[in-house]
Design a protein around this ligand. Structure first.
Ligand code: G6P
Length: 370
């Protein structure tokens, strides 16, 4: 009924709208009153152990894996430790180098995904400390892990994950800042600066949600296509991968996410007249390069929609057909905002195609077989 959907037509739309609350709830109690420190009292990992970490491995499936791709950049940038991110079904079989100085982070909304649980056990058998980021207290993964950071997204019903993903990003930011403080890899000023920007995220998401109609129009256009591309560099590439998965899951439109600079090494052959390309262009250090890649696809007839900051809209509109502005934040935090228009895009594309948004064909909310 629409009552249990909080007045929304689908659980997915309700859950997209619950993200500001999920961000606040996941941050609550984990930032001290001064706004200068992240506190994670739930962690058993000692400062001594944290100082001894030599490498981090993040393991997950599906959307949680995409959160792990963001997590990799966050930890590498903030904590300066090498990080690998793997899909759980591959991790165990590639002989990963796991030692007692390895911190393994498993990410799982449900805490019940069989592949992720198996990866957790594999890591523990090599003596690694396993920290789980999960949304379900008391789940198998939460019980078996050595440490747990619970995301407080609330129950997620729609098969396509939205608020769980963004809450996982918040968990990675909190963890990254905490580890950075213990290891002294960021100054107190840098930490306070990132915390302040994080605290602005919930309101920024609210602002984007109030502009959903612009996305709806574009979604209706793309719903008539069978193929499309997402491109981006750095963290934009990680977000592009999640945007592409979301679209495939519920609209059944084939899409690929490409690192914008890699397109010319093969995939550019698929760009033809009228094909939609969604360009994530928020990472300012590589913005010019992304613009060159946008020009490559435009020259071959693509219809390009860019997602960027307001200040770059006018400039980008010289090379793209449409642009959607997201509120300004720090580069490292951008995924927590840039993914929202992509969630709305897949939602409205699925709706335009008359699909069962909350229960896509062939997929299950939680996969408990390997
Ligand atoms: C299933 C769901 C995906 C989800 C993945 C991992 O395939 O359909 O939406 O991302 O499992 O789930 P987890 O609960 O481990 O995050």
């Amino acid at each position: 009924t629409t009552a249990e959907k909080g007045g929304f037509e689908h659980f997915m739309l309700k859950e997209i709208h619950e993200q500001p609350k999920a961000y606040r709830d996941t941050m609550r109690g984990r930032i001290d009153v001064s706004g200068k420190h992240v506190v994670l009292p739930e962690l058993k990992l000692t400062p001594e152990q944290i100082k001894n970490i030599r490498n981090v491995q993040i393991v997950a499936c599906g959307t949680a894996y995409h959160a792990g791709l963001v997590g990799r950049s966050v930890i590498e940038q903030l904590v300066k430790i090498p990080v690998e991110t793997d899909v759980a079904s591959e991790y165990r079989y590639r002989s990963p180098i796991v030692t007692p100085e390895t911190l393994v982070i498993v990410v799982s909304q449900s805490g019940e995904t069989a592949d992720t649980l198996a990866a957790l056990r594999e890591a523990q058998s090599h003596g690694a400390h396993v920290l789980a980021i999960t949304n379900v207290v008391g789940s198998s993964i939460a019980r078996d892990a050595d440490d747990v950071i619970t995301t407080l997204a609330g129950p997620e019903i729609a098969v396509a994950s939205t608020k769980a993903y963004t809450s996982q990003l918040i968990a990675f930011y909190l963890l990254g800042l905490y580890l950075a403080e213990v290891r002294g890899t960021q100054t107190p000023e840098q930490i306070a600066h990132i915390i302040a920007a994080m605290q602005a995220l919930p309101e920024q998401v609210e602002k984007m949600l109030s502009q959903a109609d612009a996305i709806k129009d574009f979604a209706e256009q793309i719903s008539k296509h069978e193929d499309l591309f997402f491109i981006g560099r750095g963290l934009d590439y990680a977000v592009a991968q999640e945007g592409s998965l979301k679209l495939k899951e519920i609209s059944y439109i084939h899409s690929e996410a490409y690192a914008a600079g890699e397109l010319k090494h093969g995939t550019l052959a698929l760009i033809e007249d009228g094909i939609p390309v969604i360009a994530l262009a928020t990472q300012e250090s590589v913005l010019e390069k992304t613009v060159s890649n946008i020009k490559e696809v435009k020259a071959r007839g693509a219809e390009v929609m860019a997602i960027t900051f307001e200040e770059h809209v006018a400039g980008l509109l010289k090379s793209v057909d449409q642009a959607f502005a997201i509120p300004k934040t720090l580069p490292i935090l951008t995924p927590a905002l840039a993914v929202v228009p992509l969630q709305l895009l897949s939602y409205y594309a699925s709706l335009a195609r008359g699909n069962d948004v909350d229960k896509p064909r062939n997929l299950a909310k939680s996969v408990t077989v390997e």
